[in-house]
Design a protein around this ligand. Structure first.
Ligand SMILES: [Zn+2]
Length: 224
């Protein structure tokens, strides 16, 4: 539907305003730009990319301790880039609320993980339960987690190819899945040009509450 593509409500000004609506922040688990900037300052990292992997997928970029929002206000809208290097089974991908199909959000959000497990098994479970089943060795859960890690590795490989950040930070519910910090770096060599990747992948400083914290701070700034 053409009317749903690109912008969420028509004008650029409207789009900028929509970025800070509480409903949008709630839907995405928040864009973590403010907490990200504070984190990058504290950690002394020049270039930081953070992704919040919760109900939806938010992301943010900090450069020199400052959030980078960008000329069009869409810096960090990585969740609505397409999943890269898709297989035939991943094409065209699930419908995204933004009007496109196959956005990263539909694959690497916690909801995307749950949907993939449901596709494999016909059973719908919360993400933490699926992760626990994977750890216990349930084959379908192991497959879902490996596919999830591979997709996230591909999505983050694109980020490395453009930004080559000093660190990549994960927040949101999926950031609690410890296996990801092993599985994703193992995959990066397949997807990043030159194959040698030593980018640190870390959980957010405040765990999966970082997105919420970022939302609160953003909302406080923008409503003044
Ligand atoms: Zn989308």
């Amino acid at each position: 539907m053409p009317g749903k593509r690109g912008t969420l409500n028509g004008s650029r000004q409207g789009r900028a305003a929509s970025r800070f609506e509480p409903a949008r922040l709630r839907k995405h688990g928040a864009t973590p730009r403010v907490s990200l900037a504070a984190w990058s300052l504290a950690a002394g990292k020049a270039v930081v990319f953070a992704a919040i992997l919760g109900t939806g997928t938010g992301a943010g970029v900090a450069l020199g301790g400052r959030p980078h929002v960008g000329r069009n206000g869409v810096g960090g809208e990585w969740g609505h880039n397409p999943l890269p290097w898709t297989t035939s089974e991943e094409t065209p991908g699930p419908d995204c609320y933004c009007g496109k199909r196959g956005c990263l959000e539909t694959w690497v959000s916690g909801t995307g993980f749950e949907n993939d497990y449901a596709r494999l098994t016909g059973t719908r479970l919360p993400g933490p339960d699926i992760a626990a089943r994977a750890e216990a060795g349930e084959p379908a859960a192991v497959t879902a987690l490996q596919r999830y890690a591979d997709r996230l590795a591909r999505g983050l490989a694109h980020v490395i190819g453009i930004l080559d950040p000093d660190v990549i930070v994960l927040g949101g519910g999926m950031s609690n899945v410890s296996a990801l910090y092993r599985l994703i770096p193992e995959q990066w060599g397949r997807w990043v040009f030159g194959a040698e990747v030593d980018t640190p992948l870390r959980p957010a400083l405040h765990g999966d509450s970082s997105g919420v914290r970022g939302a609160a701070w953003l909302w406080g700034e923008c409503s003044q």
